[in-house]
Design a binder for this molecule. Structure first.
Ligand code: DAH
Length: 346
């Protein structure tokens, strides 16, 4: 009888069922009414009294172990069955992966480029690490201009304390790209130049040391201030809506003469005056002007034959106005909860 108990115990341990049905079959064989255990109990009744204690303990141990193992097998095979069922149900909606979106700055930059491309402008790019010539000297910046100062510009390599064409610096504006374009090709030139620019500014809600600009340049024979005004008006209406209007205020830039600052009618209050436009009804969106003859000549373009206009705008600023975002820093934190609010085909 001891052999029989040990043999059954070994069977219980070695049992490896393929499914829940096999477990149930095994349970009936061992623990069922007509099963092995009950057969042992029948035999046990006939055992001599002095052997009962030891054998009884062994049978009990077998019963406990068999019950425990069968329950274990049942629950592991049972839960596997539920998992299989879940996958098998092909009608259940799937868990959609989270889509990425374009960064709002990219969306607005692409919109700006796309609007000007309809007027025949193509995209030109240039290096972020530039030399003094392309950022300042060729653009008619006087030697004493504050933008050349260490306080405003990140210098990568400063050769001397005197302004030096060999100085390497992070470009402070994308106007440097127009110089490269003029050096490369003769008019007609019609380009937009998107890119990152760098300035030594303290970071706040309205300023950052890295931001994005789009520069525009149009040079040909007989290009006038009126052409510039009309192009910018078209741009403003395409970007802010048909009801948008613009106004130009006289301004100064070393590379344009005359120069102007462009305001667009406030798209939030329709020009009536609100906190965003500080009650004026106008929002500043860019600088522009007729390219200074000195700038044309510095890049090898005949200023007697050709004239042109240039403009430059900050992409973050336009995006803030378009989306009503009040803190510039949000564009640099890359919090997906912020980024997911701007969806666009562009
Ligand atoms: N480069 C100027 C800036 O960084 C923007 C600008 C103003 C560009 C007038 C132009 C322009 O081409 O004509 O603020």
């Amino acid at each position: 009888m001891v052999n029989k108990i040990e043999e059954l115990l070994a069977q219980v341990e070695a049992f490896e069922p393929k499914n829940a049905a096999e477990v149930e079959e095994f349970r009936i064989k061992i623990l069922g009414k007509k099963g092995e255990l009950n057969a042992l109990m029948e035999e046990f009744k006939k055992v001599a009294p002095e052997l009962k204690r030891e054998l009884g303990q062994k049978i009990n141990a077998l019963k406990n172990r068999a019950t425990e193992r069968i329950n274990e097998l049942k629950s592991s095979l049972g839960s596997a069955k539920i998992k299989v069922d879940a996958i098998d149900d092909m009608t259940r909606p799937g868990a959609a992966p989270m889509d990425g979106t374009r960064h709002p700055i990219s969306i607005v930059k692409n919109q700006i480029v796309e609007i000007f491309s309809r007027l025949g402008y193509t995209v030109a790019e240039g290096p972020e690490i530039e030399d003094d010539w392309h950022v300042f000297s060729a653009l008619n910046f006087p030697l004493s201009h504050p933008a050349r100062d260490m306080q405003d510009t990140f210098f990568v390599e400063k050769q001397s304390n005197e302004p030096n064409v060999k100085d390497l610096l992070l470009r402070t504006h994308t106007s440097s790209i127009q110089v490269r374009a003029m050096e490369r090709q003769q008019p007609p030139i019609r380009i937009v130049c998107p890119g990152r620019v760098f300035r030594n500014e303290a970071i706040s809600y309205r300023a950052h040391c890295i931001f994005h600009q789009v520069e525009g340049l149009f040079i040909d024979e007989n290009v006038s201030f009126a052409d510039m005004k009309q192009s910018i008006l078209y741009f403003a209406k395409e970007l802010f809506g048909e009801s948008a209007t613009i106004r130009m205020r006289p301004s100064y830039f070393p590379f344009t003469e005359p120069s102007a600052e462009v305001d667009v009618s406030c798209n939030l209050c329709g020009g009536k005056g609100c906190p965003v436009c500080k009650g004026t009804g106008w929002l500043e969106i860019m600088g522009c002007g007729m390219v200074d003859p000195n700038v044309l000549e510095a890049s090898g373009i005949d200023s007697k034959k050709y004239s042109g206009f240039a403009f430059g705008m900050g992409v973050e600023r336009i995006a803030m106005l378009k989306y009503g975002v009040k803190d510039l820093r949000l564009y640099f934190e890359n919090d997906v909860r912020f980024l997911h609010q701007f969806d666009s085909a562009l």
